[in-house]
Every structure is written in C-alpha cells, then in structure tokens.
Unconditional design. Structure first.
Length: 444
C-alpha cells in the first residue's frame, strides 16, 4: 500500500494588521489598562462589556460612508448562498444583504448606546461607563494603526455642556500623567461653530459633511492647501478659521455668535490659557472628527513631533441612544488610543520592571517539601513556582537567569531535614540560609 502523504507544513503567519503579544507585552498592556481603569473608577465610571459581534442594522449609518466600508462583515452560517436570487449576485452591493447580517464591532460607543437603550429603565442617569475591549476595522494597516486593536472609552450619558467637557479633560490629563506622557495638546472645537462657518461661506447645507472633512485635513496638508481647495470652488474661508493663529479676540467674537457656546464663554478663556506639563488645551477651528454622530464639542489629543497621530479623542453627541428606541439623551465621551500610546511609550524609552517570580530549584528534596515552600511563598503574597524536575542545578539557575528572575530558592535533602532553604540573589550574587518563615520577606 502506498504511504500516506504527510500534509504540507503551514507557514506560521498572521493576516496583515493583526498581532500576537508575548508575555512581556501582555504584562505591559495589562498594567497600562489597569492604570487607566483605576482613574475611570475614581471619577465614578462603571465597567461595561459588549459582544464582539453586532447586528449590521445596529452599526450601519453610524460612522459615515467610509466607516461603513471598513466594517468586518460576518458571513451567515451554513449555506449562505441558498435562496439568493440570481439578480442579487450581479454585484457585491446587491449580494451583501442576503449573505451577511452581522459584523465585528467597529467601536465601543455605538454598542454602548445600543445597550443603554435596551436597559434604560434600569439605569440611573447620568449614566457613566468605561469600556476596554478590542474593535475591528478593515483599514489599511500602518504604524500605530491595526485592523484589530483595543479601545479604552469613558462616556457619560445624560449630560452635556462645559462641566462634562472639563471632566473629560481632567481624565485625559490624569491618564497621561499616570502613564508618564508629557507635552500633549488637546485640540478643541465645536460642531456648532463649524456649522456657523459653513453658513458664513454659503456652503450648501446638504454637503456639510464634505465641508467638515475638507477642513479636518488642515493638520495633514496644511492650511494654505485647504484654503486653495475651497478657493478653486469659489469659496473664501474666513481668516479666523486658520488653526495656526493663536486664540484671538476675533475668534472669540465668532464663538460668541454661536448660541450653544455663549454660556461657556466665561470658562473657555481660562481653559485655553491654562498651562500643564502633561496636557494643554488649544482651540482648533478646523477640527471636525470623522464620525457623523458628533453634535457638540469635539477634541483630539496629540503629542507634537511624536509621529503617532492622535493618542486620544472624543466628543459630545446627541440622539445616538434614541436611534435604538431609547430616551433622547445627550452624551459625551473620550477614547484613549491604546496602540498609539504604546508606540509613543516605546519611542520615549519607557521601561517596565520584569516579573518578580521566585523559582524554587531542587536536587534531592522530596516533591512534597518543594511544594510546601511554594505554598509558603504564595501565602505571603509572593509569586513563585517550582522547577518541574530535579535537573542539574546549573540548568535550573540558567533557566531563572534567562527568565530574568532575581531570586532562586534552592533546596535539597539537608534543607528538608532542617526545614530551611538557600536563597540566592542572582543580581548581587549572594546566597544565605534561611528558615522558611523568613523566605518571603527576604525576597522583597
């Protein structure tokens, strides 16, 4: 009989835009996310988690035409082509509604709004939630941008105006300080001011989204280029829209003409004039943010010269909860760009301490005594584990060194008889004999 052919080996690879994380990376990420979660809790936000998969009916139309194109759609189970009429197979546009009705979540805000609408009768408003979970976008991967990445959001539902804005800025500042990031700038604008600017230049109201998208390119292609694009179509932008100018009396005069901003005029000058080593606030009249559900303040945080883009962003939005049949409530949120923050911290050389585990090495002690030592260390709150077999001591020492451990506990038959252990400090190359009750304190 012919020998069965061995299956070809599969080359180990990941799809573009997706990543693995090794032990050291996972520890760093968990530490960062835990730091931010503690800050969110300090400000009264509660944790929420939603499924990775949402109905397309929930997601479509919330992110604009470009955002809808970036949804990772999921094929229906089973024979997904069964029952599809021939005329529907002529193009992907006509075929899609028949073969998929679900997608991976694009962000955390829309799923949160869907959840709030479903549970509105049980919640106390204003409802404050934070959410730290992965999202997926079929985007073109580049530095700091991936197809699967974590978002780290805080949102307050049932509140609007200057006080929630100040809280978002305080949370951002506290988060950046806790992570060791300095020199960040929060670019601030208001959608109502953009609407006012569009009216001033007599831009067609039905094309307001296009107006915002063009202005929003100022930080990438420069203000003169943006002006030229508008001029080619016969529109002259007012000078006060130039983001390169310092906050001027002329700009505040225009802000004062916007009804929804008039009550905030007493606070904005001091907010924009404040100086802080971690984060300062700058009014950017071209900032629009791409998502269509924003209706009030919008903001992005960048670190000049970092090359990683915005590291946090958010804004105020209304009616998103009511779109799902819930109450018509205003809301405001902030999302930390975790992946870009990691890239920024790597560039600045921020380092993390290695694991503090203790290895219990053994030669001729009994497995029972070895595990007794491990349990003693655990009871004192120390991370520890035993080498799985009594190999040569040099092999066990090499293992501890390659793992980056500082402490190794060495036991044999003599230590078991005397209920002691040898504690070796691999950093300072010292070794001492200790009773078991003193081990954990010596490993600090």
């Amino acid at each position: 009989m012919p020998r069965a052919l061995k299956p070809e080996k599969v080359r180990p690879a990941l799809p573009s835009g997706f990543r693995d994380f090794g032990p050291a990376e996972v520890r760093r990420r968990r530490r960062l996310l835990h730091t931010l979660a503690q800050i969110f809790e300090q400000y009264g936000y509660e944790p929420l988690e939603t499924p990775a998969v949402e109905l397309l009916s929930v997601l479509l139309g919330k992110y604009g035409e470009e955002g809808d194109k970036l949804l990772f759609r999921i094929l229906n189970s089973g024979d997904f082509l069964a029952g599809v009429p021939d005329e529907a197979t002529q193009s992907s546009t006509t075929l899609l509604p028949y073969i998929t009705d679900k997608a991976l979540r694009y962000d955390l805000t829309v799923p949160m709004a869907r959840w709030v609408a479903q549970h509105a009768g049980e919640l106390v408003f204003p409802f404050k939630r934070y959410q730290i979970q992965p999202v997926w976008r079929a985007d073109r991967p580049q530095r700091g941008r991936f197809r699967e990445f974590y978002q780290c959001d805080v949102d307050i539902v049932g509140a609007e105006g200057i006080v929630p804005l100040l809280e978002m800025i305080d949370i951002a500042r506290a988060g950046l300080k806790a992570l060791g990031i300095q020199g960040a700038v929060l670019h601030l604008n208001h959608r109502a001011l953009l609407e006012y600017a569009a009216q001033e230049v007599k831009w067609p109201a039905e094309q307001f989204g296009t107006f915002c998208a063009r202005l929003d390119k100022a930080d990438k292609i420069g203000w003169p280029t943006v002006e030229a694009l508008f001029r080619e179509e016969g529109y002259t932008l007012p000078a006060w829209l130039n983001p390169g100018l310092d906050v001027s009396e002329a700009l505040f005069n225009e802000i004062a003409k916007v009804p929804s901003l008039q009550s905030d005029l007493s606070v904005l000058p001091s907010l924009l004039g404040s100086s802080d080593e971690a984060l300062r606030v700058k009014w950017d009249p071209t900032l629009a943010r791409g998502l269509e559900y924003y209706t009030g303040y919008v903001y992005e945080i960048r670190v000049p010269g970092s090359g990683v883009g915005s590291i946090a962003a958010g804004g105020a939005y209304a009616s998103l909860v009511s779109d799902f049949g819930g109450p018509d409530l205003p809301a405001m949120g902030l999302s930390f760009g975790i992946e870009r923050i990691f890239a920024l911290l790597e560039d600045t050389g921020a380092s993390e301490a290695g694991p503090s585990s203790v290895l219990v090495a053994w030669i001729d002690a009994s497995p029972t005594y070895v595990q007794h030592i491990v349990r003693t260390l655990h009871a004192a709150g120390q991370s520890a584990f035993a080498y799985p077999a009594p190999k040569k001591l040099t092999k066990q020492l090499e293992y501890a060194q390659r793992r980056g451990f500082r402490w190794i506990v060495i036991v044999g038959a003599h230590e078991e008889q005397t209920e002691t252990a040898q504690l070796k400090d691999l950093h300072h190359h010292t070794q001492q004999t200790l009773p078991l009750h003193a081990l954990a304190e010596a490993c600090q």
